[in-house]
Design a binder for this molecule. Sequence first.
Ligand code: APR
Length: 246
Amino acid sequence: MSDLIEKAAKIIVKSKNLIALTGAGISAESGIPTFRGEEGLWSKYKPEELATPEAFMRNPRIVWEWYAWRIDMVLSAKPNPAHRALAELEDMGILKITITQNVDNLHERAGTKKLIKLHGDILTARCVSCGYKQHLSAPPKDLPPKCPSCGDILRPDVVWFGEPLPAKAIEEAFESARRADVILVVGTSGVVYPAGLIPHVVKNYGGKVIEVNVSESAITEITDIFLRGHAGKILPVLVLKIKELA
Ligand code: APR
């Protein structure tokens, strides 16, 4: 593994435009469950009952109860060494942008500034009618919460299955993928689109793909280097090696 990490570090040190794509796996060591795999959320809950606009309109209270539980988890979680390693790479001027599928705020709390959130933010609620938005510093007391501006109900400001991703986020993410010469893919199964396309765009434009995952994903077949292991263990070692070589 150490020679693979050295190889990855050499590619990153030489890179002109390194970007990162992260998924739920980067927050797993912070105690936040992933979606797929034996312990994943989708092995216990049905996405069609909790993460679709139809489910929300059918039963906003049930959906909010599930999100309240997840909001609690995010608020009591802490960034782990993987989040901090990416923030450090950004501070060193090497990582230009981090694109995340995660709705938690752990990248921000680790210090990452240049962040694209493709799937929204679990700590923001927005009105289903007037677009009013509010930051949540705790799960809402009354479920579903009411819009203080128009009285309709608020929903979690996240992207549900079947919904479009925020246009600006998608545009910026694919533009950075086209410009990237290296992408570091951390903790994603790569099976959800359009996020899962991003490493393919980098590859198709001649860039290199480095993946960190505990197991193979839908991205692994196009990777130049596959670093098998926990992101919280591998990324700090990778950053240390990059510092040595830089
Ligand atoms: N370190 C690195 N990788 C890990 C770790 C870890 N400690 N723990 C788990 N993984 C990997 C798993 O092997 C898996 O490949 O993280 C990945 C998590 O995959 P998913 O649970 O599918 O999460 P993600 O890829 O982010 O899902 C994408 O699906 O349900 C939607 O909107 C949701 O944003 C989410 C999207």
